[in-house]
Write a protein that binds this ligand. Structure first.
Ligand code: APR
Length: 270
């Protein structure tokens, strides 16, 4: 990627802010995984852009009849996906691997700079890349979760008995669902508490590949800024916070994050 002089200057400023910070937190959105082949939800080519937003009452429908929901889900999983777009999206999740942006954040964590990642992505790619300190605020597609006690377990380790639905939590007997947070579902309390703690601790928040349209995640950068934290945005397109961040880097995370981390590493040597 050829950088303009303005972009180089912005990269230098962003690197200086990160290098001079003591508690960096990253707020990550679907754009981070675009270079891993997973379509975003909004913006050009986004999944919701193509097929429309999902039913906002999805969680209410589940809570009203979890047994029926599980019966339909197990039935559906044994059949062809609902639509070509859904099929393509699901396959892209299965095929996706971390990209240089994910690995750049792993290195920033190992350098002791990046203290936490709050990701809205359910694709598990940060963990696969090696990130340790992370909250998946919208859940993780590979996990199941108890609605009552937030017990989580990998899907592959949990035998679902199709004759005894909905599946029950081995810890407290609560109803087990996919860990992915459905539209209309409250964010699990343990996840939300951790995100708020990190938004309160950070002196720099990197806002990476998110349209900043879904709350409460979209509120964390604003809250951090109001506390005096510096904001760095990496996104090829403008977002609602672009005019308020300290540095807005107009480009892909997979290209720009490795450059920032390389400069921060050099600055750390001087
Ligand atoms: N690098 C960085 N950003 C990118 C890239 C890229 N290579 N490609 C696209 N983007 C940006 C887009 O410009 C857009 O601003 O990523 C953003 C993706 O926005 P959304 O698709 O809205 O994804 P996100 O912000 O994560 O959505 C939040 O909405 O539908 C729910 O639960 C879903 O977690 C998701 C939440």
């Amino acid at each position: 990627m050829e950088l303009t002089p303005e972009m180089n200057e912005a990269l230098e400023k962003a690197s200086r802010i990160v290098a001079g910070s003591r508690h960096v937190v990253a707020l990550v959105g679907a754009g981070m995984s675009a270079e891993s082949g997973i379509p975003t939800y909004r913006g050009p080519g986004g999944l919701w852009t193509r097929i429309g937003e999902p039913d906002p009452r999805r969680y209410q429908n589940f809570a009203a009849d979890p047994k029926g929901w599980w019966e339909r889900t197990l039935e559906r999983d044994s059949q062809a996906p609902e639509s070509p777009d859904q099929a393509q999206f699901r396959q892209s999740m299965l095929d996706a691997r971390p990209n240089p942006g994910h690995y750049a954040l792993v290195e920033l964590e190992r350098m002791g700079k990046l203290k936490w990642i709050i990701t809205q992505n359910v694709d598990n790619l940060h963990r696969e890349a090696g990130t340790r300190n992370i909250t998946e605020i919208h859940g993780n597609r590979m996990l199941l979760r108890c609605m009552r006690c937030n017990f989580r377990i990998p899907r592959v380790e949990f035998d679902i008995d199709p004759h005894n639905l909905p599946p029950r939590c081995p810890q407290c007997g609560g109803i087990i669902k996919g860990d992915g947070v459905m539209f209309g579902e409250p964010i699990p309390s343990d996840s939300l508490n951790k995100c708020v703690e990190q938004a309160n601790l950070c002196d720099c928040m990197m806002v990476l590949g998110t349209s900043g349209t879904v709350y409460p995640a979209a509120g964390f950068p604003i809250h951090a800024m109001q506390r005096g934290a510096r904001l760095i945005e990496v996104n090829p397109y403008p977002t609602p916070i672009s005019d308020t961040v300290d540095v807005a880097l107009r480009g892909p995370t997979g290209e720009l994050l490795p450059r920032i981390v390389a400069r921060v590493r050099e600055m750390g040597k001087t």
